[in-house]
Design a protein around this ligand. Structure first.
Ligand code: HEC
Ligand code: HEC
Ligand code: HEC
Ligand code: HEC
Ligand code: HEC
Length: 205
């Protein structure tokens, strides 16, 4: 999944450069040209896989691929999941965040067309299906983990390689009992290994 054609890496900087030059020179229709520039084969393929029902993970309202954004173009996790290092929630990006890039290019991609037509023009937030969710009685704080240096991938798997995000299974044992990801034993195992608190009130109200 990690094989990337070197040419594609250059595509974004080049495209942005061309748009900036065109805008500075005041060339007519620079935005339209950029919006219609043909997208890469990798982007078209990623879109298809993001909506492939035979792959694990829920179907999202827009065929959005982490393999393209966080993998191939190396956009930082925190660029979109802003606040993961500061607040309890990681949060998902707003339509405005997406449009920061896609007002300029990608207009020929089906997913970007849905983004513009159904959400940006309608001024509606995107209702992404949440994949990782804890019960209400549990306190979880992203910021404490990020500040302690735990990588996103430790808990979420290699998201930057996924066209469609899913809950990567992580099975372990605690006191001879099997535990799965997001279960209490999963949290406790890692807290024990890292000398983090296992006091009931750390995780429960
Ligand atoms: C920092 C710039 C940037 C941001 C922000 C961004 N994108 Fe993209 N997006 C790209 C690039 C670059 C491509 C690849 C275009 C290509 O290769 O032709 C792409 C491709 C896509 C594609 C087609 C490939 C795929 O992922 O399935 C979709 C759909 C898409 N973006 C949707 C979104 C949505 C929805 C958001 C907001 C959640 C978003 N993008 C935010 C830069 C961005
Ligand atoms: C261009 C914006 C963008 C970037 C960059 C990005 N994400 Fe996301 N992320 C999204 C969007 C949009 C969703 C919701 C749709 C989906 O699940 O694919 C999401 C969903 C997720 C989810 C699933 C959340 C849930 O519902 O449980 C995880 C986990 C995640 N991202 C982790 C990461 C990690 C780790 C990175 C960096 C390697 C990253 N993301 C980079 C936009 C982004
Ligand atoms: C210690 C494990 C752990 C780490 C590290 C971690 N997450 Fe999470 N993540 C979780 C858990 C647990 C949930 C479910 C939270 C809930 O339901 O309250 C979650 C939920 C999410 C969600 C969806 C719900 C929300 O909180 O908005 C996103 C998006 C996400 N994580 C992204 C990230 C990103 C990006 C990083 C790295 C910057 C990261 N996570 C690091 C465990 C982790
Ligand atoms: C991959 C390892 C790992 C996993 C998995 C993990 N944690 Fe943590 N957790 C840590 C570390 C490391 C700290 C930071 C301890 C510190 O700041 O001293 C921490 C801190 C916390 C804190 C803050 C403690 C405080 O003193 O304020 C809470 C709350 C918490 N974790 C809840 C959870 C819950 C709930 C889960 C399971 C859903 C979980 N953690 C899973 C490693 C993990
Ligand atoms: C590091 C975080 C963490 C600590 C510490 C912790 N719990 Fe939990 N606890 C969880 C999580 C996460 C769940 C939700 C598990 C699930 O949904 O499968 C949970 C669920 C529970 C439940 C509901 C039943 C169940 O298994 O789902 C009870 C009762 C409970 N915990 C009691 C305790 C007690 C008592 C302590 C102290 C001895 C404690 N917990 C310490 C994270 C923690």
């Amino acid at each position: 999944m990690s094989e990337t054609a070197p040419g594609h890496r250059l595509a974004l900087p080049f495209l942005l450069f061309a748009v900036v030059v065109a805008l500075v020179l005041g060339l007519p229709g620079a935005r339209e040209v950029a919006a219609q520039a043909k997208s890469s084969d990798a982007a078209l393929e990623a879109q298809k896989l993001a909506w492939d029902d035979s792959l694990p993970g829920p179907r999202q309202p827009i065929p959005f691929s982490h393999a393209i954004h966080a993998g191939q173009y190396q956009i930082q996790c925190l660029y979109c999941h802003t606040g993961t290092d500061r607040s309890r929630m990681a949060g998902v990006p707003s339509v405005e965040n997406c449009m920061g890039c896609h007002a300029q290019f990608g207009g020929d991609l089906e997913g970007v067309q849905i983004l513009k037509k159904d959400y940006w023009e309608e001024k509606k937030p995107i209702e992404w299906q949440q994949i990782h969710r804890l019960p209400e009685h549990v306190k979880f704080r992203h910021n404490r983990h990020i500040q302690a240096g735990v990588a996103c991938q430790t808990c979420h798997g290699p998201v930057q390689e996924m066209n469609k995000v899913y809950l990567v299974p992580d099975r372990g044992w605690m006191n001879g009992v099997p535990v799965a990801k997001l279960e209490m034993g999963w949290c406790i195992n890692c807290h024990n290994k890292n000398n983090a608190s296992i006091d009931c009130l750390t995780c429960h109200h």
